[in-house]
Write a protein that binds this ligand. Structure first.
Ligand code: NAG
Ligand code: NAG
Ligand code: NAG
Length: 804
């Protein structure tokens, strides 16, 4: 053989032995339980240490289990009494066939156990007494059949010898007959004489060949007759019939018949079983007169496929002949297939890849031939299939990935059909549950969460709650919430908010101040309890809403009057001229910062009016000579909150064109020195004059910048003194209402250290009308802005950082 050929043969051998290694043991019957038959692990070259893991077991296919494996040592031991005679009756070789089954991978090994006979049975004759009737005229050498003795053992342990008690008339002759039995005959050695001896009594002993031998005896009772006689004769030496299993009671199996040449009662033949097994005795009856063999018990092909009965025909003289009836039982498809679940990995993890073997199924059908051929299938709506592995074994294999969150358990129905006519089928439900794997992160119910809270809230109040779902099982689906640590405007998140880890309810840790920040975002992490845990996070926006907790703050005129500020109003001023302006701000926002101005007290109520929202003070009519030179207005500034807050200030106006009148100002402010005041007034007068000139230029310029960019014209020199802005007006937030950069303020200073003349357009442009959003106010329409400053008397300039 060349190399290739050898390799091929070797491979074949190896393949065959990897799935089917055979091992055979021979040992005597009737061994004690625990008797070690052999070490199967060693003999098959398997690792006994892995027997447990591989679920090694002996598969008996429903027959009695007579042996077992020691899972630690790999020994095959006797489990239960093994009686060769019961298992194999008369078969010479008694072999038990088992299978050693191992899983992962599935492996089957045939085990053959040869049960050796032990001489544990004595030869037994069918009857206690054999009665023979022999005529006296019988010649020397005549032969008379006696039924043989039966020993349940086989081989040497079966009957080997017959010995006849020493006597003067008979000797024994034993010969083998055609059907494997023995003919035992008494041979007449010396003629009988009825007158001398009417009866002869003998003992026949049968001995087996065991050591020590066992024996059994029978008494033979010979009655000497004086008439001539013939023995009956069977029509066939062997009757062979076929009987379907499950034949009903009383079915006629066969009729045996024997004829006797004699006449009268000597020719009457009776039949009886001469040798019959216990099983057959329960199944068949023999009518003594008609010779009909009928069914009297259950006939089961699976129990016994063939019966062998010996029948004896006997005439009135006691002369007999034997015949044999062989009844072959034919199979009927009366056994449905049996589905056995040999192993099942239950539950099966949802991470199991497709193609994984999760179970082993064995189908058996006790019928034979076609009735035994079984096809196995499962329903199609499950991600499993049956893969035939070896001889009646199938693997249950996954075909798809499993997802416990979609289907947590499967009810698999395995159906087996045999090929009999009609076919029989059976099914088995296999419950398979899917074990969880932490494969789903928690999922928030919303894309984002937001909460609105009024400022000055109570610490500890709950703001909102987040909720995340995790479809995994138990701890793999238990969600814990936490705030991911980060800072919000320089504050650690934990100083602002806390979250209940179980419920997801978010609490304020402290009281919020709208004026400090209006909104912030935090990240909430939802984490499951698996290992490793999975998590997801989400943004929660907290919006703090304003409460009217700030009073309007009057920037101009200085509220407490410690600096003396007054406005010069030229006598020539006509009606509807702007003479001054109250500038106030409110740190709140929206309605809470929407300021309105009222004159609550004035020297001459008919002379000045204040614009409700701009705070501009204008003349109501032309100033006349009769008007008092000193005018005082008490202005109240109120916000629109609920409840509203207000502040008041006093505006001093001096109606004069003439510096000569200045000394009278002394009355307006007692603590000012006259000389100083004179200087102020001169400066003021110069300023006013400058104003008018400047104003005309500005008016023209505004007209001009109505079409061109005003920025060019008004850049430089004009800036609101930071002293006039409340400290927290520094750019709080992009969304802030009062960002200095967005105010259209116009003012001018005289350069004096003690008096500022300030002309400002309303701050209202920077505050919010209730229905306006902040953004809108920032991008206030430029045209309307310029329209409002068209008035010739308005002293105005721009300071703006709006990009045009
Ligand atoms: C499984 O399915 C079979 C047939 O469809 C049904 O009879 C049985 O009750 C089911 N078992 C379970 C546990 O659902
Ligand atoms: C959670 O998932 C892990 C694998 O991720 C698994 O081992 C564990 O058994 C699961 N727990 C439960 C309760 O199903
Ligand atoms: C939040 O989730 C994103 C992905 O959705 C991830 O990249 C990020 O690292 C997470 N942040 C935290 C703080 O867990």
């Amino acid at each position: 053989m060349d190399h290739k050929g050898f390799a091929f043969v070797f491979a074949l051998f190896f393949l065959a032995s990897s799935s089917y290694g055979d091992v055979s043991y021979s040992f005597p019957e009737e061994m004690k339980a625990g008797f070690v038959i052999g070490n199967i692990a060693k003999d098959l070259g398997l690792d006994a240490n892995r027997f447990s893991a591989r679920k090694a077991r002996i598969d008996t296919e429903g027959k009695g289990r007579h042996c077992d494996i020691n899972m630690r040592t790999g020994d095959l031991t006797v489990n239960d009494r093994i009686d060769r005679e019961e298992l194999c009756s008369e078969k010479i070789t008694c072999q038990l066939k088992y299978e050693l089954m191992l899983e992962s991978p599935l492996e089957l090994h045939r085990i053959a156990l040869q049960i050796q006979d032990v001489n544990d049975n004595v030869p037994v004759f069918p009857k206690d007494i054999i009665k023979l009737e022999i005529r006296e005229s019988a010649d020397k050498g005549s032969r008379y059949r006696v039924n043989e003795a039966h020993d349940a053992d086989v081989g040497q342990n079966a009957v080997q010898t017959y010995t006849l008690q020493r006597n003067e008339h008979f000797i024994i002759a034993v010969s083998n007959n055609a059907d494997g039995g023995k003919n035992v005959e008494l041979v007449l050695d010396k003629e009988l004489d009825r007158e001398k001896e009417g009866e002869v009594q003998l003992f026949l002993t049968a001995a087996d060949g065991g050591s020590p031998p066992r024996s059994g005896s029978v008494e033979i009772h010979v009655t000497v007759l004086d008439a001539n006689d013939n023995a009956p004769l069977f029509s066939q030496s062997v009757y062979r019939v076929s009987l379907p299993e499950n034949s009903p009671l009383d079915t006629l199996v066969v009729k045996v018949s024997a004829t006797d040449a004699d006449e009268g009662p000597n020719g009457d033949v009776t039949y009886e079983f001469s040798r019959i097994s216990n099983k057959a005795r329960k199944a068949f009856s023999l009518d003594p007169t008609t010779g009909k063999i009928k069914v009297i018990g259950p006939i089961d092909f699976e129990e016994e496929t063939q019966y062998e009965l010996r029948v004896e025909a006997k005439d009135g003289f006691g002369l007999s002949t034997a015949s044999k009836v062989i009844i072959e039982i034919s199979d009927v498809n009366d056994n449905a297939p049996v589905i056995l679940l040999k192993s099942l990995s239950n539950p099966v993890s949802e991470s199991t890849p497709p193609g994984t073997e999760v179970g082993i199924i064995n189908v058996q059908d006790r019928d034979s031939e076609k009735n035994r051929q079984v096809r196995c299938s499962i329903q199609h709506d499950v991600p499993f299939k049956l893969v035939p592995s070896m001889k009646n074994y199938y693997s249950l294999v996954t075909t798809n990935e499993l997802d416990r969150e979609t289907v947590s358990a499967y009810n698999i129905t395995i159906t087996a059909d045999d090929e009999g006519t009609p076919p029989l089928s059976s099914f088995k439900n296999v419950q398979l549950s899917v074990a969880d794997v932490n494969d789903n992160p928690p999922k928030f119910e919303q894309q984002s969460y937001s909460a609105h809270v009024m400022e000055n809230n109570k610490p500890g109040s709950s703001l909102c709650s987040v909720s995340a779902r995790d479809p995994d099982w138990r701890q793999n689906g238990t969600v814990m919430y936490s705030l991911s640590s980060s800072e919000v405007n320089g504050f650690p998140v934990s100083s602002l908010l806390s979250i209940n880890g179980d419920t997801g309810v978010i609490h304020a840790v402290r009281s919020f101040d709208y004026e400090q920040f209006r909104s912030f975002k935090v990240h909430v992490v939802a984490r499951d309890n698996g290992s490793p845990p999975l998590s997801s996070n989400i943004t929660v926006s907290i919006f703090i809403s304003d409460k009217n907790d700030n009073f309007p703050q009057i920037l101009y005129p200085a509220p407490d009057g410690n600096s003396f500020m007054t406005e010069m109003v030229p006598k020539a001023v006509q009606a509807n001229s702007l003479v001054s302006k109250v500038i106030a701000v409110d740190a709140d926002s929206g309605q809470n910062a929407w300021l309105s101005y009222h004159i609550v007290k004035s020297t001459d109520p008919g002379l000045f009016a204040i614009s409700l929202h701009s705070g501009e003070i204008k003349t109501l009519r032309d100033i006349s000579e009769s008007d008092a030179m000193k005018q005082t207005l008490v202005v109240s500034v109120k916000d629109n909150g609920q409840p509203s807050h207000s502040a008041t200030c006093t505006v001093y106006l001096l109606i004069s064109d003439n510096l000569a009148e200045v000394p009278e100002l002394k009355d307006m402010s007692s603590d000012e020195s006259g000389s100083k005041l004179t200087t102020y007034l001169i400066i003021a007068l110069v300023s006013v004059t400058t104003f008018f000139i400047t104003f005309i230029i500005l008016s023209l310029a505004v007209k001009f910048c109505h079409r061109k960019k005003p920025r060019i014209l008004f850049d430089g020199g004009l800036a609101i003194p930071s002293a006039y802005l409340p400290p927290n007006y520094a750019d709080v937030d992009v969304t802030g209402t009062l960002r200095s950069a967005y105010n259209y303020d116009a003012y001018l200073t005289t350069g004096s250290r003690t008096s500022d003349f300030k002309f400002a357009r309303s701050y209202n442009d920077g505050t919010l009308p209730a229905d306006m959003t902040l953004k809108k106010s920032v991008s206030v329409d430029h045209d309307s802005l310029f329209d409002s400053i068209d008035s010739p008397q308005v002293i105005f300039c721009f300071w703006s950082s709006i990009s045009w």
